[in-house]
Design a protein around this ligand. Structure first.
Ligand SMILES: Cc1cc2nc3c(=O)[nH]c(=O)nc-3n(C[C@H](O)[C@H](O)[C@H](O)COP(=O)(O)OP(=O)(O)OC[C@H]3O[C@@H](n4cnc5c(N)ncnc54)[C@H](O)[C@@H]3O)c2cc1C
Length: 485
Protein backbone atom coordinates (compact mmCIF):
# COMPACT_ATOMS: atom_id res chain seq x y z
CA UNK A 1 0.00 0.00 0.00
CA UNK A 2 1.45 3.38 -1.02
CA UNK A 3 2.00 6.05 1.61
CA UNK A 4 -0.48 8.82 0.95
CA UNK A 5 0.15 12.51 1.64
CA UNK A 6 -3.30 12.97 3.17
CA UNK A 7 -3.23 9.92 5.42
CA UNK A 8 -1.75 9.64 8.87
CA UNK A 9 -2.01 6.83 11.33
CA UNK A 10 -3.72 7.78 14.54
CA UNK A 11 -3.45 4.44 16.27
CA UNK A 12 -0.29 2.54 15.37
CA UNK A 13 -1.72 -1.00 15.75
CA UNK A 14 -0.67 -3.32 12.93
CA UNK A 15 -3.05 -4.14 10.10
CA UNK A 16 -5.03 -7.22 11.07
CA UNK A 17 -4.99 -9.43 7.96
CA UNK A 18 -7.21 -11.97 9.74
CA UNK A 19 -9.94 -9.36 10.20
CA UNK A 20 -13.25 -9.81 8.44
CA UNK A 21 -13.61 -6.37 6.84
CA UNK A 22 -12.29 -2.87 6.36
CA UNK A 23 -14.23 -0.14 8.18
CA UNK A 24 -14.71 3.44 7.03
CA UNK A 25 -16.14 5.50 9.89
CA UNK A 26 -17.65 8.39 7.93
CA UNK A 27 -17.78 11.50 10.10
CA UNK A 28 -16.94 14.54 7.98
CA UNK A 29 -16.96 13.56 4.29
CA UNK A 30 -20.56 12.32 4.34
CA UNK A 31 -20.72 11.52 0.64
CA UNK A 32 -19.96 8.89 -1.97
CA UNK A 33 -18.15 11.02 -4.55
CA UNK A 34 -14.83 12.86 -4.59
CA UNK A 35 -13.80 11.64 -1.15
CA UNK A 36 -10.20 10.82 -0.29
CA UNK A 37 -11.31 8.84 2.76
CA UNK A 38 -13.67 6.62 0.79
CA UNK A 39 -10.93 6.14 -1.84
CA UNK A 40 -8.51 5.12 0.88
CA UNK A 41 -10.95 2.63 2.45
CA UNK A 42 -11.65 1.10 -0.97
CA UNK A 43 -7.91 0.80 -1.61
CA UNK A 44 -7.51 -1.14 1.64
CA UNK A 45 -10.47 -3.40 0.92
CA UNK A 46 -8.99 -4.21 -2.50
CA UNK A 47 -5.49 -4.76 -1.20
CA UNK A 48 -6.64 -7.05 1.62
CA UNK A 49 -9.37 -8.76 -0.41
CA UNK A 50 -11.99 -7.95 2.26
CA UNK A 51 -15.44 -6.40 2.20
CA UNK A 52 -15.81 -2.73 3.08
CA UNK A 53 -18.28 -1.43 5.65
CA UNK A 54 -19.14 2.25 5.95
CA UNK A 55 -20.56 3.41 9.30
CA UNK A 56 -22.28 6.80 9.28
CA UNK A 57 -23.61 7.67 12.72
CA UNK A 58 -25.33 10.61 14.34
CA UNK A 59 -25.28 11.30 18.06
CA UNK A 60 -28.21 12.66 20.00
CA UNK A 61 -26.13 14.10 22.81
CA UNK A 62 -23.76 16.44 20.98
CA UNK A 63 -23.95 19.98 22.33
CA UNK A 64 -26.08 21.43 19.52
CA UNK A 65 -28.09 18.41 18.40
CA UNK A 66 -31.49 19.50 17.10
CA UNK A 67 -34.16 18.42 14.65
CA UNK A 68 -32.70 21.03 12.27
CA UNK A 69 -29.22 19.53 12.12
CA UNK A 70 -30.44 15.94 12.32
CA UNK A 71 -32.83 16.37 9.38
CA UNK A 72 -30.02 17.81 7.25
CA UNK A 73 -27.78 14.83 7.99
CA UNK A 74 -30.52 12.22 7.76
CA UNK A 75 -31.47 13.38 4.26
CA UNK A 76 -27.83 12.84 3.40
CA UNK A 77 -27.95 9.33 4.86
CA UNK A 78 -30.92 8.49 2.61
CA UNK A 79 -28.94 9.67 -0.43
CA UNK A 80 -25.87 7.71 0.63
CA UNK A 81 -27.90 4.57 1.27
CA UNK A 82 -29.33 4.70 -2.26
CA UNK A 83 -25.85 5.05 -3.76
CA UNK A 84 -24.24 2.30 -1.66
CA UNK A 85 -27.22 0.02 -2.29
CA UNK A 86 -26.07 -0.35 -5.89
CA UNK A 87 -22.48 -1.15 -4.86
CA UNK A 88 -20.76 -4.04 -3.05
CA UNK A 89 -20.03 -1.77 -0.07
CA UNK A 90 -22.01 -2.32 3.13
CA UNK A 91 -23.48 0.92 4.49
CA UNK A 92 -24.73 1.27 8.06
CA UNK A 93 -26.56 4.50 8.92
CA UNK A 94 -27.19 4.87 12.62
CA UNK A 95 -29.15 7.59 14.42
CA UNK A 96 -29.02 7.35 18.19
CA UNK A 97 -32.60 6.82 19.39
CA UNK A 98 -31.72 7.69 23.00
CA UNK A 99 -28.90 9.49 24.70
CA UNK A 100 -25.74 7.34 24.60
CA UNK A 101 -27.53 4.38 22.98
CA UNK A 102 -24.75 4.32 20.36
CA UNK A 103 -22.02 3.72 22.92
CA UNK A 104 -19.98 0.71 21.90
CA UNK A 105 -21.18 0.70 18.28
CA UNK A 106 -17.90 1.87 16.77
CA UNK A 107 -15.91 -0.54 18.92
CA UNK A 108 -18.20 -3.38 17.84
CA UNK A 109 -17.75 -2.47 14.16
CA UNK A 110 -13.99 -2.17 14.66
CA UNK A 111 -13.55 -5.36 16.69
CA UNK A 112 -12.92 -7.60 13.70
CA UNK A 113 -11.78 -4.88 11.31
CA UNK A 114 -8.45 -5.19 9.52
CA UNK A 115 -8.09 -1.42 9.59
CA UNK A 116 -10.32 1.57 10.34
CA UNK A 117 -10.27 4.66 8.14
CA UNK A 118 -11.88 7.90 9.26
CA UNK A 119 -12.05 11.61 8.43
CA UNK A 120 -9.80 14.23 9.93
CA UNK A 121 -12.10 16.96 11.25
CA UNK A 122 -10.28 19.61 13.22
CA UNK A 123 -13.02 21.18 15.40
CA UNK A 124 -15.99 20.68 17.69
CA UNK A 125 -16.37 17.47 19.70
CA UNK A 126 -15.43 15.37 16.65
CA UNK A 127 -11.75 16.32 16.97
CA UNK A 128 -11.46 14.84 20.46
CA UNK A 129 -13.94 12.04 19.90
CA UNK A 130 -11.85 10.66 17.03
CA UNK A 131 -8.68 10.68 19.05
CA UNK A 132 -10.36 9.10 22.08
CA UNK A 133 -11.96 6.42 19.91
CA UNK A 134 -8.64 5.58 18.28
CA UNK A 135 -7.05 4.96 21.64
CA UNK A 136 -9.94 2.71 22.73
CA UNK A 137 -10.72 0.45 19.79
CA UNK A 138 -7.40 -1.32 19.50
CA UNK A 139 -7.49 -1.55 15.67
CA UNK A 140 -5.22 0.47 13.42
CA UNK A 141 -6.93 3.76 12.67
CA UNK A 142 -6.06 6.06 9.78
CA UNK A 143 -7.10 9.69 9.58
CA UNK A 144 -7.69 11.12 6.14
CA UNK A 145 -7.09 14.84 5.73
CA UNK A 146 -9.68 15.40 3.01
CA UNK A 147 -11.98 18.30 3.91
CA UNK A 148 -10.17 20.81 1.75
CA UNK A 149 -8.48 21.34 -1.57
CA UNK A 150 -5.27 21.91 0.40
CA UNK A 151 -4.36 19.20 2.90
CA UNK A 152 -4.53 20.86 6.32
CA UNK A 153 -1.24 19.20 7.18
CA UNK A 154 0.61 20.59 4.14
CA UNK A 155 1.52 24.16 5.18
CA UNK A 156 4.02 23.99 8.02
CA UNK A 157 2.83 27.26 9.53
CA UNK A 158 -0.25 29.20 10.48
CA UNK A 159 -1.08 32.23 8.35
CA UNK A 160 -2.17 35.47 9.98
CA UNK A 161 -3.58 36.91 6.76
CA UNK A 162 -5.51 35.49 3.82
CA UNK A 163 -3.00 37.13 1.50
CA UNK A 164 -0.13 35.07 2.93
CA UNK A 165 -2.12 31.85 2.70
CA UNK A 166 -3.07 32.67 -0.92
CA UNK A 167 0.59 33.22 -1.75
CA UNK A 168 1.47 29.86 -0.19
CA UNK A 169 -1.23 28.17 -2.29
CA UNK A 170 0.09 29.82 -5.44
CA UNK A 171 3.63 28.75 -4.68
CA UNK A 172 2.73 25.18 -3.74
CA UNK A 173 0.04 24.45 -6.31
CA UNK A 174 1.82 21.17 -7.10
CA UNK A 175 1.19 20.04 -3.49
CA UNK A 176 -2.56 20.46 -3.55
CA UNK A 177 -3.78 20.61 -7.16
CA UNK A 178 -3.44 16.89 -7.65
CA UNK A 179 -4.15 14.05 -7.48
CA UNK A 180 -7.84 14.74 -6.93
CA UNK A 181 -10.10 12.18 -5.25
CA UNK A 182 -11.96 9.87 -7.62
CA UNK A 183 -15.04 11.49 -9.09
CA UNK A 184 -17.20 8.40 -8.70
CA UNK A 185 -15.39 5.64 -6.82
CA UNK A 186 -18.49 3.42 -6.83
CA UNK A 187 -18.62 3.14 -10.62
CA UNK A 188 -17.95 -0.44 -11.71
CA UNK A 189 -16.49 -1.14 -8.28
CA UNK A 190 -15.58 -4.76 -7.61
CA UNK A 191 -15.08 -5.78 -4.01
CA UNK A 192 -16.09 -8.77 -1.92
CA UNK A 193 -19.77 -8.43 -1.05
CA UNK A 194 -20.35 -7.04 2.44
CA UNK A 195 -22.88 -9.64 3.64
CA UNK A 196 -24.40 -9.26 7.10
CA UNK A 197 -23.36 -6.29 9.28
CA UNK A 198 -20.62 -7.38 11.73
CA UNK A 199 -22.49 -6.07 14.79
CA UNK A 200 -25.52 -6.81 16.94
CA UNK A 201 -28.22 -5.13 14.85
CA UNK A 202 -30.87 -5.57 17.55
CA UNK A 203 -28.81 -3.52 19.97
CA UNK A 204 -27.95 -0.89 17.36
CA UNK A 205 -30.66 -1.00 14.68
CA UNK A 206 -29.89 0.72 11.38
CA UNK A 207 -31.70 4.01 10.77
CA UNK A 208 -34.47 3.92 8.17
CA UNK A 209 -33.36 5.24 4.80
CA UNK A 210 -36.71 5.97 3.25
CA UNK A 211 -36.92 9.76 3.53
CA UNK A 212 -40.43 10.00 4.89
CA UNK A 213 -39.89 7.39 7.59
CA UNK A 214 -36.42 8.68 8.41
CA UNK A 215 -37.69 12.22 8.96
CA UNK A 216 -40.80 11.07 10.84
CA UNK A 217 -38.57 9.07 13.17
CA UNK A 218 -36.79 12.28 14.21
CA UNK A 219 -40.05 13.38 15.81
CA UNK A 220 -39.48 10.69 18.45
CA UNK A 221 -36.10 12.01 19.54
CA UNK A 222 -35.76 13.98 22.75
CA UNK A 223 -33.62 16.94 21.69
CA UNK A 224 -32.42 19.29 24.40
CA UNK A 225 -33.73 22.27 22.40
CA UNK A 226 -36.60 22.67 19.97
CA UNK A 227 -35.13 23.98 16.75
CA UNK A 228 -37.28 22.89 13.83
CA UNK A 229 -35.95 21.29 10.66
CA UNK A 230 -35.65 23.38 7.48
CA UNK A 231 -37.67 21.78 4.68
CA UNK A 232 -35.96 20.39 1.58
CA UNK A 233 -32.33 20.96 2.51
CA UNK A 234 -29.63 18.40 3.14
CA UNK A 235 -28.06 15.51 1.28
CA UNK A 236 -25.69 15.09 -1.62
CA UNK A 237 -28.44 15.20 -4.23
CA UNK A 238 -29.60 18.60 -3.03
CA UNK A 239 -25.98 19.77 -2.83
CA UNK A 240 -25.27 18.78 -6.40
CA UNK A 241 -28.51 20.34 -7.64
CA UNK A 242 -27.58 23.56 -5.85
CA UNK A 243 -24.11 23.52 -7.39
CA UNK A 244 -25.56 23.06 -10.89
CA UNK A 245 -28.05 25.89 -10.36
CA UNK A 246 -25.36 28.18 -8.98
CA UNK A 247 -22.98 27.53 -11.89
CA UNK A 248 -25.81 28.10 -14.37
CA UNK A 249 -27.28 31.27 -12.88
CA UNK A 250 -25.29 32.73 -9.96
CA UNK A 251 -21.62 32.32 -10.73
CA UNK A 252 -21.37 34.83 -13.59
CA UNK A 253 -22.95 37.49 -11.32
CA UNK A 254 -20.94 36.60 -8.24
CA UNK A 255 -19.45 40.12 -8.09
CA UNK A 256 -22.85 41.18 -6.69
CA UNK A 257 -22.45 38.77 -3.76
CA UNK A 258 -22.62 41.48 -1.12
CA UNK A 259 -26.21 42.33 -2.09
CA UNK A 260 -28.61 39.96 -0.33
CA UNK A 261 -31.28 40.89 -2.89
CA UNK A 262 -29.11 39.61 -5.77
CA UNK A 263 -29.18 36.02 -4.40
CA UNK A 264 -26.06 35.08 -6.32
CA UNK A 265 -24.08 33.12 -3.73
CA UNK A 266 -23.90 29.35 -3.90
CA UNK A 267 -25.61 28.49 -0.61
CA UNK A 268 -23.20 25.53 -0.40
CA UNK A 269 -21.58 26.20 2.97
CA UNK A 270 -23.80 23.81 4.95
CA UNK A 271 -23.27 21.06 2.37
CA UNK A 272 -19.52 21.64 2.45
CA UNK A 273 -19.62 21.69 6.23
CA UNK A 274 -21.33 18.31 6.49
CA UNK A 275 -19.21 16.93 3.65
CA UNK A 276 -22.26 16.17 1.53
CA UNK A 277 -20.34 17.75 -1.32
CA UNK A 278 -16.58 18.06 -1.58
CA UNK A 279 -14.59 21.17 -2.49
CA UNK A 280 -13.03 19.26 -5.41
CA UNK A 281 -16.41 18.70 -7.01
CA UNK A 282 -17.23 22.40 -6.66
CA UNK A 283 -13.84 23.42 -8.08
CA UNK A 284 -14.26 21.06 -11.02
CA UNK A 285 -17.69 22.47 -11.87
CA UNK A 286 -16.37 26.04 -11.77
CA UNK A 287 -13.33 25.25 -13.93
CA UNK A 288 -15.52 23.41 -16.44
CA UNK A 289 -17.87 26.38 -16.69
CA UNK A 290 -15.23 28.79 -18.06
CA UNK A 291 -15.16 28.49 -21.84
CA UNK A 292 -11.88 27.01 -23.17
CA UNK A 293 -10.20 27.06 -19.78
CA UNK A 294 -7.14 24.86 -19.27
CA UNK A 295 -4.57 24.67 -16.45
CA UNK A 296 -2.06 26.52 -18.65
CA UNK A 297 -4.03 29.68 -17.84
CA UNK A 298 -3.06 29.58 -14.15
CA UNK A 299 -0.68 32.46 -13.48
CA UNK A 300 2.84 31.62 -12.42
CA UNK A 301 3.03 34.76 -10.29
CA UNK A 302 3.09 33.88 -6.60
CA UNK A 303 2.46 37.23 -4.96
CA UNK A 304 -0.73 36.46 -3.13
CA UNK A 305 -2.69 38.40 -5.78
CA UNK A 306 -6.43 37.76 -5.84
CA UNK A 307 -7.11 38.76 -9.45
CA UNK A 308 -5.51 37.07 -12.41
CA UNK A 309 -4.57 33.91 -10.56
CA UNK A 310 -6.75 31.37 -12.32
CA UNK A 311 -7.01 33.07 -15.70
CA UNK A 312 -10.80 33.07 -15.46
CA UNK A 313 -13.55 35.68 -15.42
CA UNK A 314 -13.39 38.00 -12.36
CA UNK A 315 -16.63 36.51 -11.03
CA UNK A 316 -15.21 32.96 -11.10
CA UNK A 317 -11.92 34.08 -9.60
CA UNK A 318 -13.86 35.86 -6.85
CA UNK A 319 -15.78 32.70 -6.07
CA UNK A 320 -12.69 30.48 -6.06
CA UNK A 321 -11.04 32.91 -3.68
CA UNK A 322 -13.83 32.28 -1.16
CA UNK A 323 -13.84 28.53 -1.73
CA UNK A 324 -10.09 28.14 -1.50
CA UNK A 325 -8.43 31.08 0.25
CA UNK A 326 -11.08 32.11 2.77
CA UNK A 327 -12.50 28.69 3.50
CA UNK A 328 -9.12 27.06 3.88
CA UNK A 329 -7.24 29.76 5.72
CA UNK A 330 -9.85 28.90 8.37
CA UNK A 331 -8.84 25.23 8.19
CA UNK A 332 -5.21 26.24 8.48
CA UNK A 333 -5.95 28.26 11.61
CA UNK A 334 -7.81 25.58 13.54
CA UNK A 335 -5.27 22.96 12.50
CA UNK A 336 -2.59 24.95 14.28
CA UNK A 337 -4.73 26.23 17.19
CA UNK A 338 -6.67 23.82 19.37
CA UNK A 339 -7.84 26.95 21.28
CA UNK A 340 -9.51 28.35 18.10
CA UNK A 341 -12.73 29.26 19.97
CA UNK A 342 -11.04 31.17 22.79
CA UNK A 343 -10.32 34.87 23.16
CA UNK A 344 -6.64 33.98 23.65
CA UNK A 345 -6.42 32.71 20.06
CA UNK A 346 -6.97 36.23 18.65
CA UNK A 347 -3.95 38.16 17.37
CA UNK A 348 -2.04 40.04 20.09
CA UNK A 349 -2.90 43.51 18.70
CA UNK A 350 -6.63 42.68 18.75
CA UNK A 351 -6.56 41.30 22.29
CA UNK A 352 -4.66 44.36 23.51
CA UNK A 353 -7.00 46.89 21.94
CA UNK A 354 -10.17 45.01 22.92
CA UNK A 355 -8.92 44.70 26.50
CA UNK A 356 -8.11 48.41 26.60
CA UNK A 357 -11.74 49.15 25.67
CA UNK A 358 -13.40 46.34 27.60
CA UNK A 359 -14.86 48.67 30.20
CA UNK A 360 -16.02 51.38 27.77
CA UNK A 361 -19.64 52.25 28.14
CA UNK A 362 -21.80 50.32 25.61
CA UNK A 363 -24.39 52.33 23.67
CA UNK A 364 -26.80 49.41 24.22
CA UNK A 365 -26.41 46.28 26.31
CA UNK A 366 -28.16 43.00 25.50
CA UNK A 367 -28.07 39.51 26.96
CA UNK A 368 -27.79 36.27 25.00
CA UNK A 369 -31.55 35.79 25.41
CA UNK A 370 -32.33 39.25 24.01
CA UNK A 371 -30.05 38.69 21.03
CA UNK A 372 -31.52 35.24 20.49
CA UNK A 373 -35.05 36.65 20.48
CA UNK A 374 -34.05 39.37 17.94
CA UNK A 375 -35.11 41.91 20.56
CA UNK A 376 -32.58 44.69 19.91
CA UNK A 377 -33.45 48.25 18.90
CA UNK A 378 -31.99 47.71 15.39
CA UNK A 379 -34.32 46.41 12.64
CA UNK A 380 -31.43 45.31 10.38
CA UNK A 381 -29.75 43.33 13.14
CA UNK A 382 -33.05 41.79 14.18
CA UNK A 383 -33.80 40.79 10.59
CA UNK A 384 -30.41 39.09 10.25
CA UNK A 385 -30.99 37.17 13.48
CA UNK A 386 -34.47 36.15 12.30
CA UNK A 387 -32.96 34.94 9.03
CA UNK A 388 -30.57 32.75 11.01
CA UNK A 389 -33.27 31.36 13.28
CA UNK A 390 -35.83 30.72 10.55
CA UNK A 391 -33.61 29.52 7.67
CA UNK A 392 -30.45 28.21 9.36
CA UNK A 393 -28.35 30.61 7.26
CA UNK A 394 -27.38 34.28 7.11
CA UNK A 395 -26.13 36.34 4.20
CA UNK A 396 -22.36 36.89 4.56
CA UNK A 397 -22.40 40.71 4.61
CA UNK A 398 -25.11 40.76 7.26
CA UNK A 399 -23.28 38.06 9.16
CA UNK A 400 -20.32 40.41 9.44
CA UNK A 401 -22.56 43.22 10.68
CA UNK A 402 -24.38 40.80 13.00
CA UNK A 403 -21.09 39.89 14.67
CA UNK A 404 -19.79 43.46 14.86
CA UNK A 405 -22.95 44.61 16.61
CA UNK A 406 -22.83 41.74 19.08
CA UNK A 407 -19.35 43.00 19.95
CA UNK A 408 -20.72 46.55 20.24
CA UNK A 409 -23.69 45.65 22.46
CA UNK A 410 -22.30 42.94 24.77
CA UNK A 411 -20.86 43.41 28.22
CA UNK A 412 -17.32 42.51 27.09
CA UNK A 413 -15.46 41.12 24.05
CA UNK A 414 -15.32 37.73 25.76
CA UNK A 415 -19.08 37.79 26.32
CA UNK A 416 -19.54 38.77 22.65
CA UNK A 417 -17.39 35.83 21.55
CA UNK A 418 -19.47 33.41 23.63
CA UNK A 419 -22.76 34.84 22.33
CA UNK A 420 -21.69 34.67 18.68
CA UNK A 421 -20.47 31.09 19.02
CA UNK A 422 -23.61 29.97 20.86
CA UNK A 423 -26.06 31.49 18.37
CA UNK A 424 -24.11 30.50 15.27
CA UNK A 425 -23.47 26.94 16.42
CA UNK A 426 -27.04 26.52 17.63
CA UNK A 427 -28.93 27.76 14.57
CA UNK A 428 -26.64 27.77 11.52
CA UNK A 429 -26.65 24.69 9.34
CA UNK A 430 -23.03 25.47 8.53
CA UNK A 431 -22.09 26.21 12.18
CA UNK A 432 -19.58 24.22 14.28
CA UNK A 433 -17.19 24.51 11.35
CA UNK A 434 -13.61 25.84 11.17
CA UNK A 435 -15.16 28.82 9.37
CA UNK A 436 -17.58 29.45 12.20
CA UNK A 437 -14.64 30.23 14.42
CA UNK A 438 -12.66 32.08 11.76
CA UNK A 439 -15.70 34.20 10.77
CA UNK A 440 -16.42 35.00 14.41
CA UNK A 441 -12.71 35.51 15.03
CA UNK A 442 -12.66 37.95 12.08
CA UNK A 443 -15.29 40.06 13.87
CA UNK A 444 -12.76 40.41 16.69
CA UNK A 445 -9.72 41.08 14.47
CA UNK A 446 -8.47 37.71 13.18
CA UNK A 447 -7.09 37.81 9.60
CA UNK A 448 -7.51 41.58 9.71
CA UNK A 449 -5.32 44.56 10.58
CA UNK A 450 -5.68 47.48 12.98
CA UNK A 451 -7.93 50.29 11.72
CA UNK A 452 -8.28 53.96 12.64
CA UNK A 453 -9.76 56.00 14.10
CA UNK A 454 -9.67 54.20 17.43
CA UNK A 455 -13.25 53.93 18.69
CA UNK A 456 -15.05 53.16 21.90
CA UNK A 457 -15.62 49.41 22.51
CA UNK A 458 -13.92 48.38 19.20
CA UNK A 459 -10.59 50.07 19.79
CA UNK A 460 -8.60 49.45 16.60
CA UNK A 461 -10.75 46.53 15.48
CA UNK A 462 -12.62 47.21 12.23
CA UNK A 463 -15.95 48.92 12.82
CA UNK A 464 -19.21 48.39 10.95
CA UNK A 465 -22.51 50.19 11.33
CA UNK A 466 -26.10 49.47 10.41
CA UNK A 467 -26.40 52.96 8.93
CA UNK A 468 -23.67 52.41 6.36
CA UNK A 469 -25.00 48.91 5.67
CA UNK A 470 -28.40 50.43 4.94
CA UNK A 471 -26.78 52.89 2.53
CA UNK A 472 -24.71 50.23 0.75
CA UNK A 473 -27.22 47.40 0.45
CA UNK A 474 -30.67 47.17 -1.10
CA UNK A 475 -32.45 45.91 1.99
CA UNK A 476 -36.15 46.61 1.51
CA UNK A 477 -37.11 43.10 0.43
CA UNK A 478 -34.84 41.58 3.07
CA UNK A 479 -36.34 43.67 5.85
CA UNK A 480 -39.81 42.79 4.70
CA UNK A 481 -39.06 39.10 4.51
CA UNK A 482 -37.37 38.93 7.91
CA UNK A 483 -39.32 41.68 9.61
CA UNK A 484 -41.04 41.18 12.98
CA UNK A 485 -43.91 39.48 11.12
C1 LIG B 1 -19.64 36.09 12.06
C2 LIG B 1 -19.44 35.11 10.95
C3 LIG B 1 -19.72 33.77 11.14
C4 LIG B 1 -19.52 32.84 10.11
N1 LIG B 1 -19.82 31.53 10.36
C5 LIG B 1 -19.63 30.61 9.38
C6 LIG B 1 -19.95 29.24 9.61
O1 LIG B 1 -20.41 28.89 10.69
N2 LIG B 1 -19.72 28.35 8.61
C7 LIG B 1 -19.22 28.74 7.40
O2 LIG B 1 -19.05 27.88 6.51
N3 LIG B 1 -18.93 30.03 7.15
C8 LIG B 1 -19.13 30.97 8.09
N4 LIG B 1 -18.86 32.29 7.83
C9 LIG B 1 -18.33 32.66 6.50
C10 LIG B 1 -19.41 33.00 5.45
O3 LIG B 1 -20.40 33.80 6.04
C11 LIG B 1 -20.09 31.77 4.84
O4 LIG B 1 -19.14 30.81 4.48
C12 LIG B 1 -20.88 32.14 3.58
O5 LIG B 1 -21.78 33.18 3.85
C13 LIG B 1 -21.64 30.93 3.10
O6 LIG B 1 -22.55 31.24 2.07
P1 LIG B 1 -22.40 30.59 0.64
O7 LIG B 1 -22.21 29.13 0.76
O8 LIG B 1 -23.53 31.08 -0.18
O9 LIG B 1 -21.03 31.24 0.18
P2 LIG B 1 -20.43 31.55 -1.25
O10 LIG B 1 -20.27 33.02 -1.35
O11 LIG B 1 -21.18 30.87 -2.32
O12 LIG B 1 -18.94 30.97 -1.15
C14 LIG B 1 -18.60 29.62 -1.49
C15 LIG B 1 -17.98 28.94 -0.31
O13 LIG B 1 -16.79 29.61 0.08
C16 LIG B 1 -16.67 29.60 1.50
N5 LIG B 1 -16.76 30.98 2.00
C17 LIG B 1 -17.48 32.00 1.48
N6 LIG B 1 -17.29 33.14 2.20
C18 LIG B 1 -16.44 32.81 3.20
C19 LIG B 1 -15.86 33.53 4.28
N7 LIG B 1 -16.09 34.83 4.45
N8 LIG B 1 -15.04 32.87 5.12
C20 LIG B 1 -14.76 31.56 4.94
N9 LIG B 1 -15.28 30.82 3.94
C21 LIG B 1 -16.11 31.43 3.09
C22 LIG B 1 -17.85 28.79 2.03
O14 LIG B 1 -17.45 27.46 2.19
C23 LIG B 1 -18.87 28.94 0.92
O15 LIG B 1 -19.82 27.92 0.87
C24 LIG B 1 -19.02 33.26 8.85
C25 LIG B 1 -18.73 34.61 8.66
C26 LIG B 1 -18.93 35.53 9.68
C27 LIG B 1 -18.62 36.97 9.43
Amino acid sequence: MQAHARVRTLEEAPINPAGTHVLYWMTAARRTRSSYALDRAIEWARELGKPLWVLEALRLGHPHASARLHAFVVRGMCDNAARFEASPIGYYPYVEPKLDAGKGLLAAFARKACVVVTDDWPVYFVRNMTRAAAAKIGARMELVDGVGLVPMSAPDRCFARAHDFRRWCQKHANVWLGPAPRVNPLARLQLSAAGEPPINTRKWPAAPVDRTTALERLGQLAFAREIPAIPDVGGSQAARARLRAFVATGLERYAERNQPAAEVTSGLSAYLHWGQIGAHEVLRAVLASEPDWDPGRISELCRGQREGWWGMSPAREGFLDQLLTWREVGHNFVWHHADYARFESLPAWARTTLRAHASDERPELYSLEQFEAAATHDPIWNAAQRELVSTGAMHNYLRMLWGKKILHWSASPRAALEIMITLNDRYALDGRDPNSYSGIGWVLGRFDRAWGPERAVFGKVRYMSSESTRRKLRLNAYLQRFGPG
